[in-house]
Design a protein around this ligand. Structure first.
Ligand code: 5GP
Length: 175
């Protein structure tokens, strides 16, 4: 893709898809007979949600929520806001939050606090990537695709200045 030369491949497409199939199978086993709602955190998790959901062989619902996070910068502000809320109540339902990446944990910590007072029956997290080196809030991560080093990653939903979300692999910025 034009401009993508500046990124190096960190996790290639085949590895991503194989791991997503494993996560989907595990989630299907854990949620059999439950009222599963996948909550996608926009925009970064949309590509992951799309592939993951098709690997979960269960009837499930999806809802979407947008949070402000990095803007166009590459460092977290710690200030999180819901810019677009869920369309349906989650009370009494089995909610699985689908995230692209957990870095400081501030975004997810905020989101889980916000969801707890809506009284879901259960509340868990599935993140494709975890960068533990920057942790500022410890949040329980129930399903993790890959643990990665401290690098600014792009592709597969993750943007660089709002672009490159459509790369089919995870790359990193080679500064
Ligand atoms: P946290 O609040 O855990 O620090 O950051 C979570 C959000 O920051 C993610 O959902 C993502 O939008 C953004 N983010 C964190 N690390 C990266 C990264 O390496 N690349 C990109 N593109 N976004 C990131």
């Amino acid at each position: 893709m034009e401009g993508a030369e500046r990124f190096r491949v960190l996790i290639e497409e085949g590895r991503l898809q194989a791991r997503i199939a494993e996560l989907g199978a595990q989630i299907a086993e854990d949620y059999r007979g439950k009222d599963l709602v996948l909550v996608c955190v926009l925009k970064g998790a949309v590509v992951f949600l799309s592939d993951l959901s098709r690997r979960i062989d269960l009837p499930l619902a999806m809802d979407f929520l947008a949070l402000s996070s990095y803007g166009d910068r590459t460092e977290t502000s710690g200030v999180v806001q819901i810019t677009q809320d869920l369309t349906r109540p989650i009370e009494g339902r089995d909610v699985l939050v689908v995230e692209d990446i957990v870095d400081t944990g501030l975004t997810l910590d905020f989101l889980l606090e916000n969801f707890r007072v809506r009284h879901p029956r259960s509340l868990r997290v599935c993140t494709l990537l975890h960068k533990p080196s920057h942790t500022r809030r410890h949040v329980p991560l129930d399903y993790v695709g890959f643990v990665i080093e401290d690098r600014f990653v792009v592709g597969y939903g993750l943007d660089y200045e709002q672009k490159y979300r459509n790369l089919p692999y995870i790359g990193f910025l080679d500064r």
